[in-house]
Design a protein around this ligand. Structure first.
Ligand code: NIG
Ligand code: FE
Length: 412
């Protein structure tokens, strides 16, 4: 199928091939073509340019994008879309004064979701998760990373990863799977951390590798969860099976975890609500992408990642949703981008770069996703008529998406 999109008001994030991420001051620039056309052939972007050079329409399905902005779909590099049930009671408990930590200490939090997931059949988890995936696709997400981590037993972690695999087989959106067995210590291992890490290393990892269920490995490196040394053991074990680290770190405290992640060649370090000067120094000139999750900061009222300080230091930054039942029950990347602008003082250009190209990098997809580039995936958002792309973060909460195309397929 050949689609010609004509009369595009602004075609955003137009890049030559070979640019895998943007860092520091480069993030302020979002290359665009005004009054443009774009050609999609099957699942790929094949051509684009100014309307002055628009090809004749015959042989194409033509979309008239008069007044619309066209941009690459969002690349959401950090989610926990596969889960069972929800945690609405904890949400209300927090409104009534309990903290995230207090709820977790009394057996709520991740362990609450793990109990629900362990009790729910695989097919039911698939059906609940599929609805969330369909929702984010309609909101413009065209590539997504999904973690396990609400299983916490061999059987339940495998069940989650099989659901992720089935989603990736059944939907056109690119899905990357991450094994997060080290999300929390199950109650029976509270006093026996080594026992649970042995289970991850000796049983979960070999089983996951046998079925080829994950590409990345994650751990919740945090005070009260997995220590630096425990996380390093997990990273090293994952590497034996070719899994690349992408780590939850510095959400509540800074304990030199980022340094360990960078040392082990992590593809990304995610959360970073608390960032020290030392953390910034170790990230500089590394291959590790820092990932901010502003919807999480918003939902549980914790600090926002200090984007300005990090960008001023020359670092790249990606934005992701963290869609999960506890800290971020939303996968809406439009809200993520708006919140990054409003609360983290990122410019619209920086936020869009962070949620497209740098997001693609943070899940190993920057060769195929994240920009309008010939040969990349035909993944685009067509907005409703708007005055300029500034309106995307400005009119936060308004659905400004008219159409989403993923892998060359019109989603809505
Ligand atoms: O990224 N911080 C660790 N994990 C999730 C939240 C887990 C939960 O509360 O269910 C996060 O915020
Ligand atoms: Fe997370």
């Amino acid at each position: 199928m050949k689609i010609l999109i004509k009369n595009i008001k602004e075609l955003l994030q137009v890049r030559p091939a070979g640019i895998s991420k943007v860092s520091g001051a480069e993030m302020a620039s979002l290359p665009k073509i005004d009054h443009a056309y774009l050609v999609l052939e099957n699942d790929l972007i094949s051509d684009f340019g100014s309307m002055d050079h628009c090809p004749p329409e015959s042989g194409y399905d033509v979309i008239d994008a008069e007044g619309s902005v066209v941009l690459p779909t969002w690349c959401d590099s950090h989610t926990h879309i596969v889960y069972a049930g929800n945690r609405v009671q904890e949400f209300v408990d927090r409104i009534n004064g309990l903290s995230y930590e207090e709820i977790a200490n009394r057996g709520g939090g991740i362990l609450n979701s793990a109990k629900k997931l362990q009790e729910t059949p695989e097919e039911e988890i698939y059906n609940q998760s599929r609805k969330r995936l369909e929702e984010v696709m309609l909101q413009g997400t065209g590539a997504v990373e999904i973690k396990s981590g609400y299983g916490l037993t061999v059987e339940a972690e495998l069940k989650m990863l099989r659901v992720i695999k089935k989603l990736s087989e059944n939907y056109p959106i690119a899905i990357k799977a991450t094994f997060l067995g080290a999300h929390a210590f199950p109650a029976e291992f509270k006093e026996n951390h080594t026992g649970y890490i042995d289970l991850i290393v000796n049983e979960m990892l070999p089983a996951i590798a046998r079925e080829n269920l994950a590409e990345y490995i994650d751990a919740f490196l945090e005070t009260g969860y997995f220590s630096v040394a425990e996380t390093e053991r997990i990273i090293e074990a994952g590497k034996q099976y070719g899994l690349i680290p992408k780590i939850h770190v510095n959400q509540f405290t800074a304990i030199n975890g980022i340094e360990a992640c960078v040392k082990h060649g992590a593809l990304s370090v995610d959360h970073l609500e608390i960032v020290t000067d030392e953390d910034i120094a170790v990230l500089k000139d590394s291959i590790t992408m820092p990932v901010a999750l502003p919807s999480c900061s918003y939902f549980i009222s914790i600090p926002y990642t200090p984007a300005r300080k990090m960008i001023a230091a020359g670092l790249p930054l990606a934005l992701a949703s963290d869609f999960n039942p506890g800290t971020t029950p939303s996968g809406n990347m439009n809200f993520v981008v708006a919140t990054a602008c409003i609360k983290m003082k990122m410019t619209p250009e920086e936020a869009i770069n962070a949620a497209t190209l740098n997001g693609a990098y943070a899940m190993g997809l920057s060769d195929t996703h994240g920009s309008i580039t010939k040969g990349k995936k035909a993944n685009i958002i067509i907005t409703k008529p708007i005055t300029s792309y500034y309106q995307l973060p400005y009119a936060f909460g308004t659905d400004l998406i008219k159409q989403v195309i993923i892998d060359g397929k019109i989603i809505a």
